[in-house]
Ligand binder design. Structure first.
Ligand SMILES: Cc1ncc(COP(=O)(O)O)c(C=O)c1O
Length: 386
């Protein structure tokens, strides 16, 4: 093939993909990346942070991005990486927890984790043979803190290694009471990991008027026991994929992740993935510098306004939200969400479903406009009629 033939052939494949701007992708936590990231991707497309001594400028950018993210997560001295996504970030956190536990001489690693946790934790459990304890959920779909307290007291001999809290759960956007959990973790010297893969670029920029009384929105390093946070620029941070983030409280956690990498410029490597692109790092840096706090606040407010608009419209057609929206995620009650989801797909609408409650799940990402919402609610009504 010559270059033109290659590009023409690829274009045909690309045309089979859905496009964010058509407003039909309603169940994804990713969105159209900020336009500046196209130029940045080109500039950094050959970089490899797996061998940071060869790409010193890109490595410096990664350190700066981690510091910038640390700043809005109330940590002046963070350590971390921009990696492939929330899955890798959560697995990295669990690897840290497991290695700390082994260093203490424990044979098993026991973690308290919510029912609502993302399935990446299941991959971590299976890979590292972790023991999970899943407390019941409250009426607000958050972990029952009283259960955790009692469990810790009743199991003094079976030490808990870690607790995972979620700040913006995948299905409903709910936020665990991380403040109360952090207090318990601190009193009992337990590691606390927070999965804010989605919420990390929403909650810090959420205006008070959108906050509900039933939730505590504190989730970051200002809470003493929080040792690590997953926060993904390629979700609400508007960076292109792959750009996930793992931040630790400080560099002292690195020793639990390092393996020897004798043939590289840096003879220790802490990340799960070896060869990794600097595109996510540079794009996150660029988008954050360009948007600034004000820019993210505007994006989050627009998404929240459209979230309320979707709920209003859905109610007009007789659909009921499972909960008031905590973040820009809407769950609409449905007796058979899988069937409704498939029927919607047949007519070109892509929503997803909740597993923890019978509902359709819609993420109101920046690419969703009010016209899309109007059309979607009508499509949903027509599907439910048939
Ligand atoms: C809360 C949460 N954690 C982790 C992940 C996994 O992120 P990724 O798909 O980037 O690996 C997701 C993805 O939706 C998520 O919602």
């Amino acid at each position: 093939m010559n270059e033109k033939e290659v590009l023409d052939a690829l274009k045909k494949y690309r045309e089979m993909d859905l496009k964010y701007e058509d407003g039909r992708i309603l169940g994804s936590m990713c969105t159209k990346p900020h336009p500046i990231s196209k130029k940045i991707s080109e500039m950094f497309f050959e970089t490899n942070l797996g061998d940071p001594g060869l790409f010193k400028g890109t490595k410096k950018l990664e350190d700066e991005v981690i510091q910038m993210m640390g700043n809005f997560l109330n940590n002046n001295n963070p350590f971390g990486y921009i990696i492939s996504g929330g899955t890798e970030a959560n697995i990295t956190a669990m690897r840290t927890i497991k290695n700390i536990s082994r260093k203490k001489g424990n044979k098993t690693t026991t973690v308290i984790i919510p029912e609502t946790a993302h399935f990446s934790f299941e991959k971590a459990r299976e890979m590292m043979d972790l023991q999970y304890i899943k407390p019941p959920l409250t009426d607000y779909y958050t972990m029952d803190v009283k259960y955790i307290k009692d469990y810790i007291e009743d199991n003094k001999n079976n030490k808990i290694d870690a607790i995972v809290g979620i700040a913006g759960c995948t299905e409903l956007g709910t936020i665990d009471n991380i403040k109360a959990i952090s207090k318990l973790a601190e009193e009992n010297s337990i590691y606390l990991h927070v999965d804010a893969a989605f919420g990390g670029f929403v909650i810090p920029f959420l205006e008070d008027k959108y906050k509900l009384n039933n939730y505590n929105y504190e989730f970051d390093f200002s809470l003493n026991a929080v040792s690590s946070i997953t926060i993904d620029p390629h979700k609400m941070g508007l960076a292109p994929i792959p750009a996930g983030g793992i931040l630790f409280r400080d560099i002292s956690f690195k020793k639990y992740l390092d393996v020897e990498a004798p043939y590289l410029t840096d003879i220790h490597q802490a990340t799960l993935i070896g060869t990794r692109t600097g595109i996510g790092v540079a794009s996150t840096w660029g988008v954050m510098k360009l948007l600034g706090e004000e820019g993210y606040k505007n994006i989050v407010s627009e998404c929240m306004d459209k979230t309320y608009y979707l709920i209003k419209k859905a109610k007009e057609y007789g659909f009921k939200p499972v909960i008031d929206p905590v973040l820009n995620i809407v769950a609409l009650e449905d007796e058979n969400p899988s069937e409704t989801c498939l029927k919607l797909r047949e007519i070109g609408w892509y929503v997803s479903i909740c597993k923890c409650v019978g509902a359709l799940r819609i993420i109101v990402m920046p690419h969703i406009e009010k016209e899309h919402i109007d059309e979607f609610v009508e499509a949903l009504a027509s599907v439910k009629k048939n």
